[in-house]
Design a protein around this ligand. Structure first.
Ligand SMILES: [Zn+2]
Length: 271
C-alpha cells in the first residue's frame, strides 16, 4: 500500500459528528441532505467534509457499477486524479473485482451503506449489523479499515450515527454538489452547480453510476470532471481523496469561492 495517500494510525475523532449525534438525540431523523449548504458548513464543518484550504476532495457515491465505474476510473487516470468512492456493500459483493480495481487504481474506498434505502423506522440493530457488514466488506476490498461513512440521501439518524461509531467510521457528507442524478443534468449544469458552492477545503459530491438516478445521468458527471479539475488547478487547488483532505484541519472560514456566486438551497432529492 506504499505510495497511497492513506493516513496511518487510528481514525481521528469526529467532534462535529458528535454534535450531530446530540442533535439526532432529539430528532430520530436528521435530514442532513436538506440543510442549506452554508449552515451545514458553519455548524458541522467536519460533517460537510471541509478540510485543508489548498485542496478539494472529490467523491463518488452509489457504485461500483460495471457499466459506468470503469469509465470514471479511466477519466480519473487521464486527469491524474485520485478520489474517494463511497460504495454500497451489496454492490461491492456483486462486483468484487471492480471494487478491487478501484483500489488498484489508487483510489480510496469508503462506505455508503449496505443498500441504498431510507431509514423509514428506527431499527438500531439492523442499521448496525448492515453497516458493519458493509464496512467489513469494504475493508477486505480496500486492504485496510475504511475511514468514512456517507449515508444514502445524506440522511443521518441516531441509529446510523451509532452504527457508524460502532463500525469505526466517520460520517461525512459534502459541501458542493452538481445534482448529477437528474434527467436534465448536463456536464455544463453539473459543473456550474458544483462551482457555485465549491471553495478550497470543500468536498464535491458526484456519482459514478445512474443506479439511483435518471437513466444515463452518469454522463453528465463524467463530462463535468475535466472542467472541474481544470478550474480547481487554475485556482491553485489540488484535487484528491478525503484521506488527503485533512477534514476539519486547516479550514478557514471565508475561503474563496472557486466559481463565485451565491449559495442556493440544498435539494432534498440528493442521492
Ligand atoms: Zn447514494
Amino acid at each position: 500500500m506504499s505510495g497511497r495517500w492513506r493516513a496511518t494510525g487510528p481514525a481521528r475523532p469526529w467532534p462535529a459528528a458528535g454534535a450531530a449525534l446530540l442533535l439526532a438525540g432529539t430528532a430520530q431523523v436528521l435530514p442532513a441532505g436538506t440543510w442549506l449548504p452554508g449552515p451545514r458548513c458553519a455548524l458541522f464543518p467536519a460533517l460537510a467534509g471541509l478540510g485543508r484550504p489548498d485542496h478539494v476532495a472529490l467523491t463518488f457515491d452509489d457504485g461500483p457499477d460495471p457499466r459506468t465505474t470503469p469509465r470514471f476510473l479511466d477519466a480519473l487516470d487521464g486527469l491524474a486524479v485520485r478520489a474517494t468512492f463511497f460504495v454500497l456493500g451489496e454492490r461491492l459483493a456483486h462486483h468484487w473485482d471492480l471494487g478491487r480495481e478501484i483500489v488498484r487504481r489508487g483510489h480510496e474506498l469508503a462506505v455508503h451503506g449496505w443498500t441504498h434505502d431510507r431509514p423509514w423506522r428506527p431499527s438500531p440493530l439492523r442499521e448496525s449489523r448492515r453497516l458493519s457488514l458493509a464496512a467489513h466488506l469494504v475493508a477486505q476490498a480496500y486492504g485496510d479499515a475504511p475511514l468514512w461513512y456517507r449515508p444514502p440521501y445524506g440522511i443521518l439518524t441516531g441509529d446510523r450515527l451509532a452504527a457508524a461509531r460502532t463500525a469505526g467510521l466517520r460520517p461525512v457528507l459534502w459541501s458542493a454538489w452538481g445534482r448529477d442524478w437528474t434527467s436534465r443534468a448536463t456536464a455544463r449544469s453539473v459543473l456550474d452547480l458544483l462551482l457555485r458552492d465549491l471553495r478550497g477545503g470543500g468536498t464535491a459530491l458526484l456519482h459514478d453510476t445512474d443506479r439511483e438516478g435518471a437513466p444515463g445521468c452518469w454522463r453528465a458527471a463524467l463530462g463535468a470532471l475535466p472542467g472541474l479539475v481544470a478550474v480547481c488547478r487554475e485556482a491553485g487547488l489540488a484535487v484528491g481523496p478525503l484521506g488527503e483532505h485533512e477534514v476539519t484541519r486547516g479550514h478557514r472560514r471565508g475561503a474563496r469561492l472557486i466559481g463565485g456566486g451565491p449559495s442556493g438551497p440544498a435539494d432534498p432529492r440528493a442521492r
